[in-house]
Design a protein around this ligand. Structure first.
Ligand SMILES: [Zn+2]
Length: 280
């Protein structure tokens, strides 16, 4: 008798002893080191089930959270950056963008789309930190400007999700112009009384904080997000004073009147819906 012949027929494993096949991917919280299934983490809006740490996510995830059934129409999705200054650092700028596009699958540091949130029309522009530190160059400015144009033309509320290291060094002055351009477009939106909600996520800094991110009818943030213009060291050296604890955190900014409220990502969609009902 061969040892590999099955002797017993009908061997079954009771359901409670079956292990669910893992996704092959586990998520380890960088804050409290709790390990969960990636799927459970995703179902929890990418926040830690144990300490509520809000993982940094990109436009794909925010679109999935905000838009009904993850259905939306993306605008200007193929716009990519030119190289107006022939900029070269350790790499030529066009090579850097090309490499980043193939690495991330993104075309630049912002994606814009329109769709529905609990049945209400909304235009969303969401930044991607993965793309050269979420830096604001001409493409970011132009896509946001066009998304605002669409919101204005169709009288649809505009949501901006910011996550940025600031202006894009490789476009220098062209980057800085985007601050004025987006701010001017937002002024038109305000004049037409179309609501604008700005969600600042971790981190929102530099020229983005100094322009569209702080110009919302409502400026809201995720818990513990880092929000600031310059880094703490630069400020400390400029004013010659030590900075208070928690300086540049969302909580500190709310306490000092810079933010209207802080929203847990799990309640983002219902909160936005309530807000839009309130101000429409
Ligand atoms: Zn955690």
């Amino acid at each position: 008798m061969a040892w590999f012949n099955r002797q017993q027929k009908g061997i079954v494993t009771p359901t409670e002893l079956k292990r669910e096949a893992p996704d092959g991917l586990w998520y380890k919280c960088p804050e409290c080191k709790t390990v969960t299934l990636s799927r459970a983490h995703r179902d929890n809006a990418y926040t830690c089930v144990s300490c509520n740490y809000h993982t940094k996510i990109g436009s794909a995830e925010y679109f999935e959270i905000v838009f009904d059934n993850n259905t939306f129409t993306e605008m200007d999705e193929n716009m990519i950056s030119a190289d107006p200054l022939n900029f070269v650092d350790t790499k030529a700028y066009p090579d850097r963008t090309k490499a980043t596009i193939s690495k991330t699958g993104l075309k630049d540091a912002v994606r814009t789309a329109h769709g529905k949130i609990n049945g209400l029309d909304i235009v969303v522009a969401c930044m991607d930190f993965e793309f050269i530190g979420g830096s604001m160059g001409s493409v970011v400015g132009e896509k946001i400007a066009r998304a605002i144009d669409y919101a204005l033309k169709n009288r649809v509320p505009f949501l901006m999700v910011s996550k940025s290291g600031g202006a894009r060094m490789m476009e220098a002055g062209f980057s800085l112009m985007q601050m004025a351009k987006t701010s001017a477009k937002l002024a038109l939106l305000a004049e037409a009384k179309v609501p604008y909600v700005s969600l600042l996520t971790d981190p929102t800094t530099g020229g983005v904080t100094a322009s569209f991110a702080m110009l919302g009818d409502f400026n809201i943030s995720e818990p513990k997000a880092l929000i600031g213009f310059a880094g703490p060291r630069v400020i400390r050296e400029t004013i010659g004073k030590d900075l208070p604890a928690g300086f540049q955190s969302a909580e500190f900014l709310q306490e000092h009147g810079f933010l209207d409220f802080i929203v847990d990502r799990k309640s983002l969609k219902p909160m936005l819906t309530d807000l839009l009902h309130l101000i429409k």
